[in-house]
Design a protein around this ligand. Structure first.
Ligand code: PHE
Length: 462
C-alpha cells in the first residue's frame, strides 16, 4: 500500500490530485528550468525572449497540455494506441511515432547534461568550489570555466557520468520504485525551490544585480525575430514536456475527478516560476563577474558556483543544489524514457525490463558517440551544428511543435466537441463551462494558427 498510486481493476491511476500535480510537475521541472531556460534567454537577448516565452506558455503550451491530458485520460492508453482507442484514423498514430523519435533525440544529450550535473555533486563535495571567494572576480571566473571544460571535454569522464545518469534512470524504471521517487520528489522539490530563493536573494545583492535583472525583464522589441520566436516556442514545448506524448501517458493515469484545466495551469505556472527564479539567480552573476550572457550550455555551471561562494554555508548548500538538480533531471528523464519504453514493450510484446535495457543502451551508445566534444563524432557538424545542438534543434524546434500542432488539430477538429467538453468538465460535475469555452476557442483557433505562422515564417514562406 502506498501513498501515491492506487490500483483500480484494470489500470493504475494516481491516488490524489496532489499526486497528479507532483508527478506532472516532476516531468516538467528539470534541466530545462535551471540549465536551458537561462542560456536560451542569454542567447536570445533577454526580456523580449522571456515575454515571447510567456505568451507561448499561455496561448500554446497550456491548451496543448490540456489536450494531451484529454487524449490520455479519455483513452487510458499509451501515446500511440491512444489514437486507436479514441477511434481516430490510424494515421494519427504518427504523433506517437514522432514522440518516440523526439524522446530519443532529447535523451541523447539530456543524459549527457544530467551526467555533468551528477559530476558537479562530487566536485562540490571535493571542495572544487570551496575557496572561490578568496580570489578576484577574474580568477574565480577562470577557475569555474576550467572546471566546466574539464568536466565536459575530458576523454572518458563525461561519458562515464552520462552512463551513470542513464543507469540510474534505467534502474528506477526496472525496479519500479517510481512510487518511492514520487515521494522523494514531493519532499525535495520544495527544497530545490528554497535553495533557488536563497540564491536569488544573494544574486540580487551583487553589484551586477540591476544589470542582470534588467537583462531578464526589460523588453527590447528590436531583439524579436523569427528565430527568437521559434526558440521560445520550442522551449515552451520542451519545458512542459509537450508534443511527444509524455502528457498523454501521464494523463492516462489521472483520476476521474481531476480538473484537467486547473492542473495544467498550476503546473505551467509553477514551472515557469522555477525557471524565472533560476534566471534571477544566474544573470546578476553574469553581469557582476563580467561573463557573456550568450555563453550557451556552460552558463549554469559557470555561474551557480560563484553565487554559492558568496553565501554563508555556501560549500554545503552548493552540494545540496546539485543533488536536487540531479534529482530534477532524473525525474524528468523518467517521463521522457517512458514514451519509447511503453511503446516498445507493447509493440514488440516484450518484457518491460528488456525494453528498458534496449532504450537505455541505445541512448548511451548514440549519446556517448556523438554529444561530447571529445567523443568519436564529437566534432562532426551537420548544417553547421554539432550533434548536441542538432538533436536539440530537431526535437525542440521541429518535432515537438509539429507534434503539438497535430494534437491541437486533432482535438480541435477531429474529435467530437461534446466528448472534449464532457472530459474537461468531468461529465459536468465541475462548474467550469466558461473556462472551457475560452480554452476550446484558444485551442481550436489561436494555438494552431500561431504555430503555423511561426513555422511558415521560419521556413521563409511568409
Ligand atoms: N520538461 C523537462 C525539462 O524541462 C524535459 C522533458 C522534455 C521531459 C520532454 C519530458 C519530455 O527538463
Amino acid at each position: 500500500n502506498n501513498e501515491s498510486v492506487s490500483t483500480n481493476k484494470k489500470r493504475e491511476t494516481f491516488s490524489s490530485g496532489l499526486a497528479v500535480f507532483f508527478a506532472t510537475l516532476g516531468s516538467a521541472v528539470g534541466l530545462g528550468n535551471i540549465w536551458k531556460f537561462p542560456y536560451l534567454v542569454g542567447e536570445n537577448g533577454g526580456g523580449a525572449f522571456v515575454l515571447i516565452y510567456f505568451l507561448s506558455i499561455l496561448l500554446v503550451g497550456m491548451p496543448i497540455m490540456v489536450s494531451e491530458f484529454y487524449i490520455g485520460r479519455k483513452s487510458r492508453s499509451n501515446a500511440v494506441s491512444a489514437f486507436t482507442k479514441l477511434k481516430a484514423n490510424p494515421k494519427w498514430k504518427i504523433i506517437g511515432y514522432f514522440g518516440v523519435a523526439a524522446a530519443f533525440l532529447i535523451m541523447f544529450y539530456y543524459s549527457a547534461v544530467a551526467g555533468w550535473v551528477y559530476s558537479y555533486v562530487f566536485k562540490a563535495i571535493n571542495g572544487a568550489f570551496s575557496n572561490l571567494s578568496n580570489f578576484s572576480f577574474e580568477q574565480a571566473t577562470s577557475i569555474v570555466e576550467n572546471q566546466f571544460l574539464t568536466t565536459t571535454e575530458s576523454l572518458y569522464s563525461p561519458i562515464i557520468w552520462q552512463g551513470i545518469s542513464i543507469l540510474v534512470v534505467a534502474l528506477i524504471l526496472i525496479g519500479g520504485v517510481k512510487n518511492g521517487i514520487e515521494r522523494i520528489t514531493k519532499t525535495l522539490m520544495p527544497v530545490l525551490f528554497i535553495l533557488l530563493i536563497i540564491s536569488c536573494i544573494r544574486a540580487l545583492t551583487l553589484p551586477g544585480a540591476k544589470a542582470g535583472f534588467n537583462f531578464l525583464f526589460k523588453i527590447d522589441f528590436s531583439k524579436i525575430n523569427p528565430s527568437v520566436i521559434l526558440s521560445a516556442l520550442g522551449l515552451a514545448f520542451f519545458k512542459l514536456s509537450l508534443g511527444m506524448g509524455t502528457m498523454i501517458t501521464y494523463g492516462s493515469y489521472f483520476t476521474e475527478d481531476n480538473n484537467l484545466i486547473h492542473t495544467s495551469a498550476k503546473v505551467a505556472l509553477s514551472d515557469t516560476f522555477v525557471s524565472l527564479l533560476a534566471g534571477v539567480a544566474i544573470f546578476p552573476v553574469v553581469f557582476t563577474f563580467g561573463m557573456k550572457p550568450n555563453s550557451g550550455p556552460s552558463l549554469l555551471f559557470n555561474t551557480i558556483p560563484l553565487v554559492f561562494s558568496h553565501i554563508p554555508f555556501g560549500n554545503i548548500l552548493i552540494i545540496a543544489f546539485f543533488i536536487l538538480a540531479s534529482i530534477a533531471a532524473t525525474t524528468a528523464s523518467l517521463s521522457m524514457a517512458e514514451v519509447p519504453i511503453a511503446f516498445i514493450t507493447e509493440k514488440w510484446n516484450i518484457k518491460r525490463k528488456y525494453s528498458v535495457i534496449i532504450v537505455s543502451l541505445s541512448t548511451f551508445i548514440v549519446g556517448a558517440l556523438t554529444v561530447h566534444p571529445s567523443s568519436i563524432l564529437g566534432h562532426v557538424t551537420i548544417f553547421g551544428k554539432n550533434f548536441f545542438d542538432l538533436f536539440d534543434y530537431i526535437s525542440s524546434n521541429i518535432i515537438l511543435p509539429v507534434g503539438g500542432l497535430l494534437i491541437a488539430i486533432f482535438v480541435g477538429y477531429f474529435v467530437n466537441k461534446d466528448s472534449v467538453l464532457d472530459e474537461l468538465s468531468n461529465n459536468h460535475k465541475l462548474n467550469n463551462s466558461k473556462t472551457i469555452t475560452i480554452y476550446y476557442f484558444v485551442l481550436k483557433y489561436i494555438s494552431p494558427l500561431l504555430l503555423l505562422i511561426v513555422f511558415l515564417n521560419s521556413l521563409g514562406i511568409i
